[in-house]
Design a binder for this molecule. Structure first.
Ligand SMILES: [Zn+2]
Length: 124
């Protein structure tokens, strides 16, 4: 890989990370809505957190599943197959979605933009 390729690779990772951070913000808001409904509807609708900015597919998670996901700042929930192998790897396959873990640049970006960073839950 020459320097140009490495740079393009980093840019691509950054773009992937940025899109996913945005979808994570949306899901954080959906969660507060979903939480209110969770006694009636145990499986809540979230949106796919993949890096495709045009993907608004739904995924179903329970609130505890969503909380477990958000406990790891580098983890995102995506539809099966919506995986960008240059920036993430699958850590878990669930019913209807996969949990992916970001690495390298994309991983650092995911940690920096974690909406829960600095809150009590993040103090370790
Ligand atoms: Zn997707």
């Amino acid at each position: 890989m020459d320097d140009g390729d490495a740079e393009a690779f980093e840019l691509r990772q950054e773009r992937i990370a940025r899109n996913q951070a945005l979808f994570r913000e949306v899901n954080e808001r959906l969660e507060s809505l979903n939480r209110t409904m969770s006694e009636l509807i145990p499986i809540s609708d979230f949106i796919c957190e993949c890096a495709n900015p045009e993907c608004f597919e739904r995924i179903g998670l329970t609130i505890p599943e969503y909380e477990a996901l958000r406990a790891e700042p580098t983890h995102f929930a995506v539809r099966h197959g919506h995986v960008f192998a240059e920036a993430e790897r699958i850590v878990e396959r669930k019913n209807g979605y996969s949990v992916v873990e970001k690495f390298e640049e994309a991983g650092s970006y995911a940690i920096e933009t974690d909406p829960r960073r600095g809150s009590a839950a993040q103090q370790k």
